[in-house]
Structure formats: C-alpha cells, structure tokens
Write a protein that binds this ligand. Structure first.
Ligand code: ARG
Ligand code: ZN
Length: 878
C-alpha cells in the first residue's frame, strides 16, 4: 500500500487524555488504555479509526459498556468503530509478549530491561490508537511490576509510587505536554542512575539522570556532561529551555537506531552513552556528545513542535541535525565539524540522490515510513536549514527560529510552515519562497558548473554559472533552485581581494555570497589587483556538485593558502582524486607513478607545516574512500580496479614520504596519559593518519611503530587505529593479537563491535570465510543490531573489495543474512540491503550477480514491507 502526501486529511477524531496501565511481564504484559475522545468536527459522521498490530484485543468498552460486535470491525492494521457518541471514553485492553519481540519496535525486552520504541508507528503495536503525529494527547502512565524490576519510568513527572501486594510495586507518571503517540515511552528494569541537578538560565531546577545497567555505572560521565553543555547551549543560542522536572536517558543494548527523543525519557543505543578512554575512541566521544545533544534539542524541534504527517519528517530531523551540528561546531573546531559533515553528505547522501532510492527531503509517497529515515531527510534536510542561515546571517536566522517557536508551539506542522516562519521574520532579506522551497520538493543533487574569464590587465574577472539537476526516479525535469554561492578571489599571496561587482560603487568585502536564482547567470567583478585564484563554494555554502576548471597548480595553491579551511581540505581532496582517476583511466592502473611531484610536494609541505591544525591536516591527507572514488567514475565501476589503484597510491605516498611521516608521527605523539581535549584529539588524528600510510611503508621502523601502538597504547583511539591496520592483511602474529584482544574484552559488547569491524574490513583473502565463522561466535548475535552492523554492515559497506568479489560470494553472503534477519527485524534488513541497490553502477558481470540476488529476494515469501519496498525500487531500474 502506497501512502501519498497529497492524500493528507486532518484527523476526524481527537484524543485529549490517555490513561495507560501496564502489568509488566516478559511473556504476557497486560495493557489497559483509557482514551478520552471527541470528534474534531462536532457535526461529523466519520467512524473512528484506530491503528493496531497483531496483538489480541481483550476488551473494548465505550463509556463503561462493552461495545457490541456490530459496532466495530478489525482488519490487518487496526480497528474501525462506528456510531460512537461525539465525545466519549473508550477503554481498550490488550496483551503483549515483549520477549518474543525481536523487531525492536513497540514494547520489547533488551537484556531483561523492558523498553519501547514507538517512532514512527510502533505505538500501535502496544495499543489500538490513532497512531499519527497530528493527534496530540496528555498521557498518564502507570507501571506495575515485580520488585525485582526496581526502576519504573515513563514520560513526564513522577506523581505516585509505592509497594503493592505479592511482591509487586507501581509508579505513575504524568506528562503535562500534549504529544503524539510516537513520543510515548516506558522503561522498567534493574538499572542504576547517575544524576546531577541542573539550573536553567531562568532559574528552574531540573534533575538530569542517566540510567544504565549496574555494570556500566562508571561509564556515564561523558554523556552527563554532554547533556549539560547541550542544555546550556540551546538556552544561549536560541533561548530555549527545558520544561519538565527531570530529563531521563536510558541506555539499552538492543536498539535499531541511534536514540529516541521520547518526551522527558530518551531511550538510547548504549553505543551513544557509555564511554571511558579504555573502551571508547575519540570519535565515540564526539558521537555521544552529538547524539545526546540531538535528542535533547528535539524537545523543542520535534516534541513541542512536531510533524503534521510523516512526509514532514525533515521538519524535525533536518532542523535538529542542523542544531546538533552547530552545537558541535561551537564545542570544538567549526572547520573540522563542517568538513566531516560535508564528507558524509558527499559520500552517502549524494550516492543516495544518484541511486534508486533518491527522494526529496519532503517525500511524496512511501510504502514503509521506516525506510525514510535517510541521509536525505536528515542531512540534506540539515543543509537546507543551513542555506537559510547562510542567506540570512545567523542573527536573523535566530530571529526566524524564534518566530517559528512562538507561532507553532504545541502544534503539528509542515516544512512549509517552518520556511514561512523563518522568512516572515525576515522580509528584508528578499528571499523568494517558491524558489527556495524547490529544495524540499526536488530530489537529486544539483550540478553547478562554473567557468570564468580573467582580464588581469583591466582588473576584471567574469564568472559564468550554470545549474542543472539530473533526473531521479519519478522526477524527469527539474527547475532551478536558490543557491547561495560563497566565494572569494585570492591574489598571488593568497589574500582575498575586495569584491566589487560591475555597477556597484562601494568598496567590496573580501568574501561574498552570490544568490544564484536561474539556470544561467553571470557576474563581473571589477577593480581587481591582477591575476586572481577563485575560492568557490566556501564552507560548502550549498549541497551541490561543483564543476570548476581549476588547474592542479591552482588546487595546490588553494590547499596551501586559502583562508577558508574547508576549501583547503576540498583542494587537497581534489588533488588526490585527480591522481586516482588518472590511474583508473590509464591501462594497467597507470604502470608508473600516481603521485606526481606536485602532489608529493603538497603532501610534504603539509606534513611539515608546524602552524596548521593537525586535525585539519589529517582530514586533508585522508584518501577518498573506494565508494566515493567509484561514484566519481563516469562509466561502469570495477571495484577491484578501484581498490587496486587506491592501494597503489597509498603505497607510493607511504614510500616516498616515509621519513616525513615518521617525523610527523613522533611529533604528534603525546607523552602523558590520554585526555579527551581538542588539541589532544587533533594530534591523535594526525598521528593515526600517518599510521595509515606507514602501515604500507617498507621501512622496518614503521612496522615497529604500528605494533608498539597496537600493544601498548593506554586508550582505545590509538589501539583501534593500529589494530584496524594490522588486521588488514593476513599474519599469524596479528591473529594472536586479535585473540588476546578478544579474551580481554569479550564481555564488553561495544568493544567487541570494534573487533568484529576490523575483521569485516580486512583485505585478507580469507576474510569472508572468517566472517562466516564469526557469525557462530558466542560474542556475536544476529538479533542485536549493533553486532549485525559491525560484522555484516561493515563488510557490505566498508569492504567493497570483498563484498564485490567477482565470484558473487559477497552478494550471496548478504542474501543469506538478509533472509535470516528479515523474518524478525525488517528495519535492520532494509538498511543492510542498501549496497545491493546500487547495481546499475557496476560492470556487467557484477551487475548480473547483484540483480539475481535482488530478484530472488523479491520472490521470497514472506517478505517484509520494508525490504519489499527497497528491492522493488532497485528492480524498477532494470
Ligand atoms: N527520532 C530518532 C532520531 O533522533 C530516530 C528514530 C527513528 N526510528 C525508527 N525506527 N525509524 O533521529
Ligand atoms: Zn532526530
């Protein structure tokens, strides 16, 4: 069944109050719901529609009397009730089996902890209910459980609790804020709480609490500190404060996604909560801070103001990702954060836009909404919010946000409402709403082609801009969008010139944001001091593919001199990519050198640059991934060649730059113990970047360093960097090291995930055979999404060399795992299948093999709706 955006109709019935009571039991949890209902339109006649899963209906009463059997009807996804009074109280009772729930949607058990995941449509698996985000109700929740489950939590404030007869106890929670059912949550278990008080800027007290299993009690400090920083930041940047007496975060091991922003009671994948230097890497620390902030920021952008329907998902997700990005940029280095975001966008979202699942930030239709929690909705959505900030400047953007909150607090609204509020607050900006809104309705990555003519003698530089957007499934023709193009023109010493357009009288600023509004446009800059080098799309001012005729000399100049750190990174990546693409074009992968003297000098200069930020250098000198390289190829991809050429360049850089790499490595090494701080993190990054090349150096000294670090580092950042490199190639000593590591950490699942991932990425010839054995390891479990992502996900997404093995063994491996997983966890299956969907990009041999797997999957019975939609989209391209 296809759901379409234009079919939206407001609800016929509203729910004002919900009282829920849960008698928790692993195999038979009794749920009682009392719903105070009324017709939205008192004169209406429409029956009441309640969504539901396949749980039994035990009791159904209206205003105290059992409903006659002709007054209601049950079908595969819910109940329809006829002839109800225009206002009434409905009582519904049902029974659940949380232990059997391995889809991790609705009420389930994770390591003995009862927890819920209701977004997007999980609440209906708990109770029959109008499970749509535009029905907002006040919830009171009572939990009754055995005393052996001491902690009983639900949304809102605790209003009563105490012992009951026969070893049971209860807790009652009330959430005063009307909310959609997808924000409902409960948790019950043997948990410990790490907490601290917080005072908001206006002086309210809030108790911040993190609940974890007792064995993890010592691993919450970083998450708690991150939460405090996020709360303070939102008060200061946007004037938004928290609104309940407590803010609770619970960490569970089995979770389909990263975390969930349930009102006052976030449920988290433990991966985004637990950390200590011995078990978590620098990137884990940063991710925890980012996800804690993300879920907290949802309290305003998502919970207080929610989505009218699921086509508006980016209203809360794009905006909240933007907010967490801005937070992380303020906590650490803004340039580094920006580069990492753009790298994610260019490698993952651009690929999505170019494939069979391409969809607009505001989609027009779906089969399964869980398939639309995508890079496009989240990250391209965040870029669109950023476009507004770029066009307005951040103060005016904040004014727009304030109007949005003021206007829509307590409502369920659309992305159009958001754009309207931000622009209404800023009429002076003269932004064309229609032109801007096309970003939300058109799929695909716009291509921006720039060219220019320079008349150095006359001091003029003329820029020609052309924008277009390739067709995507269901959208053949695209219209121009509003593209902010931030640029500077650098003189021979690298200084930005004053930018004055022909016809302007005032002296120009060193950087400007041009507004591109049509398919083709020209701009002429005058009064320039002579030859200039353009620095284009600074800070990645719009999510477009840029084509610009910069020479390699100009790229090297920008890499060394651009005052925009993002563009220094982009220039370095462009140089590396050119070398790789040249190698791929040449027969035999370029028999000779891929790294010419220009590239070697640029690298050498960077490695010995004492003034640059080490974290920025590390990003600049990182080779593009095989997947990204493949995406840049004009024709059909042979993944084995891509791998071979990339490894070749890596080896050549390692050999030629061996001495500089060794010196740089040693300079960045910290003498003291591990600290999580910006400068220390930056040094570890550059050091470990050097190590990725040194692992390919023939020098014995390099080899020693690698082993030394793998064996003796005091922190997981350095251990993991070295272990991952050692695990790339077969070696008996490495096998022993892996075994020792396993013995030490096998009771820490999050650490075991790293161990699994190293082996899943390995280039060693027996990689797949080893993975098949790991599937049987007691530390692995197919029902835990983190384990599955670490082993199977990593293999299929981060090991193209083996996943795309010419004999199809990688594809068959994925097929087998999909068949096993889809039966109990469709959401996880529908994510794992993604790499297969890219089949049209590959050379004919692989294409046929990939297609065959997709066709076999399509023919499977039963097949989940999630996986069905994905496979059908891929086959539609045939
Ligand atoms: N709203 C969550 C977030 O913070 C994501 C939850 C989505 N879950 C799902 N099963 N689709 O981004
Ligand atoms: Zn979110």
């Amino acid at each position: 069944v296809v759901v379409r955006r234009l079919d939206y109709r407001p609800p016929d019935w509203l729910v004002d109050e919900v009282e829920l009571c849960f008698w928790l039991d692993p195999r038979a949890t009794r749920v009682q719901g009392r719903l105070r209902l009324r017709r939205a339109d008192a004169g209406g006649t429409a029956p009441l529609r309640l969504h539901g899963g396949d749980q039994p209906l035990v009791r159904l009463c209206c205003d105290g009397a059992e409903l006659a059997s002709h007054a209601w009807q049950r079908d595969s996804d819910g109940l329809t009730l006829f002839g109800l009074p225009a206002a009434c109280t409905l009582e519904i009772e049902t029974e659940l089996d949380p232990q059997a729930n391995r889809a991790l949607e609705g009420l389930y058990l994770s390591a003995g902890i009862f927890c819920t995941q209701c977004e997007a449509e999980g609440f209906r698996r708990i109770l029959f209910f109008p499970d749509r985000p535009d029905v907002l109700a006040r919830y009171t929740t009572t939990l009754i459980a055995d005393e052996r489950l001491p902690v009983l939590l639900a949304n809102g404030n605790l209003v009563a609790s105490g012992p009951l007869a026969d070893g049971r106890h209860f807790a009652r929670w009330h959430d005063p804020f009307p909310k959609p059912s997808y924000l409902f949550a409960l948790v019950a278990g043997e948990l410990v709480c790490r907490e601290r008080p917080y005072r908001t800027l206006s002086g309210r007290s809030v108790q911040l609490q993190i609940y974890v299993e007792p064995r993890n009690a010592a691993l919450c400090d970083h998450a708690l500190a991150s939460l405090e920083r996020a709360m303070r930041w939102d008060e200061q940047r946007f004037g938004l404060e928290y609104d309940l007496e407590r803010y609770m975060v619970v960490a569970v091991d089995d979770f389909n996604m990263g975390a969930m922003e349930n009102k006052g009671l976030n449920v988290f994948n433990s991966k985004y909560v637990l950390a200590c230097p011995a078990t978590a890497t620098d990137d884990d620390y940063l991710d925890i801070e980012g996800v804690i902030a993300h879920e907290y920021f949802h309290n305003w952008t998502g919970n207080r103001i929610t989505c009218r329907d699921w086509f508006q998902l980016s209203l809360k997700e794009g905006l909240t990702v933007f907010r967490d990005q801005e937070f992380s940029a303020d906590m650490h280095s803004a340039a580094i954060k920006r580069i990492e975001e753009v790298r994610l966008l260019q490698t993952q979202q651009f690929a999505e836009d170019a494939g069979p699942t391409a969809h607009p930030v505001r989609p027009d239709s779906y089969v399964e909404i869980n398939n639309f929690y995508t890079m496009t909705v989240y990250h391209k959505g965040a870029e669109l919010v950023r476009l507004l900030q770029t066009l307005l400047g951040w103060e005016d953007f904040v004014r727009g946000m304030r109007l949005y909150v003021e206007r829509h607090d307590g409502q369920a609204v659309t992305t159009d409402d958001f754009v309207a509020a931000v622009l209404d607050a800023n009429p002076q900006a003269g932004i064309d709403r229609e032109l801007f809104s096309r970003w939300y309705s058109q799929a695909g990555t716009p291509l921006l082609r720039l060219s220019w003519q320079q008349d150095a003698a006359a001091g003029q530089w003329r820029l020609h801009c052309r924008q277009s957007c390739p067709p995507t499934p269901g959208q053949e023709h695209k219209q121009p969008v509003l593209i902010p193009l931030r640029l500077a023109l650098l003189d021979a010493s690298g200084r930005p010139c004053g930018l004055r357009l022909a016809g302007e009288t005032e002296a120009g600023a060193p950087e400007r944001v041009l507004r591109l509004t049509a398919a083709e446009q020209e701009f002429t800059f005058v009064d320039l001091p002579g030859e200039v080098t353009p620095s284009l799309l600074r800070g990645f001012s719009a999510p477009v593919r840029l084509e610009a005729p910069l020479t390699r000399e100009q790229q090297a100049f920008l890499m060394a001199h651009d005052s925009d750190a993002f563009n220094r990174w982009q220039a370095a990546q462009a140089l590396l990519l050119q070398a790789l693409l040249a190698g791929l074009k040449a027969p035999e992968g370029g028999a000779g050198e891929l790294a010419d003297s220009l590239l070697l000098e640029a690298f050498h200069h960077s490695l010995t640059d004492q003034t640059a930020d080490p974290a920025l250098l590390a990003l600049a000198l990182t080779l593009p991934t095989e997947g990204y390289i493949a995406d840049q190829l004009p024709g059909a991809v042979d993944p084995a060649r891509v791998h071979q050429v990339r490894e070749k360049l890596r080896g050549q850089l390692a050999t030629r730059l061996n001495d500089a790499l060794l010196i740089c490595y040693r300079q960045q090494q910290d003498a003291g113990p591990y600290v999580f701080s910006g400068p220390a993190l930056a040094r570890r990054r550059l050091k470990n970047l050097c190590l990725t090349y040194l692992a390919r150096s023939p020098a014995e000294e390099a080899r020693d360093l690698l082993w030394q670090q793998a064996r003796h580092s005091d922190n997981m950042t350095d251990t993991a960097a070295a272990m991952a490199l050692l695990a790339e190639t077969p070696d008996v000593a490495v096998d022993e090291l892996l075994q020792t590591f396993y013995q030490r950490w096998r009771h820490q699942p999050l650490v075991i995930d790293k161990w699994l991932a190293w082996q899943a990425r390995s280039q060693r010839p027996d990689c797949l055979a080893r993975l098949c054995r790991l599937l049987e390891d007691p530390a692995f479990s197919l029902t835990n999404p983190n384990r599955v992502r670490a082993l199977i996900g990593t293999f299929c997404q981060a090991n193209p060399y083996h996943f795309h093995a010419a004999d199809g063994s990688g594809y068959r491996f994925l097929e087998q795992q999909l068949c096993a997983i889809d039966g109990f966890n469709p959401q996880v299956a529908a994510r794992l299948v993604l790499p297969l969907l890219r089949w049209p990009r590959f050379e004919p041999g692989r294409r046929v093999l990939m297609l065959a797997v997709l066709q076999r999957l399509a023919a499977r019975q039963p097949l989940s709706r999630d996986l069905y939609e994905m496979v059908q989209r891929a086959l539609a391209q045939e």
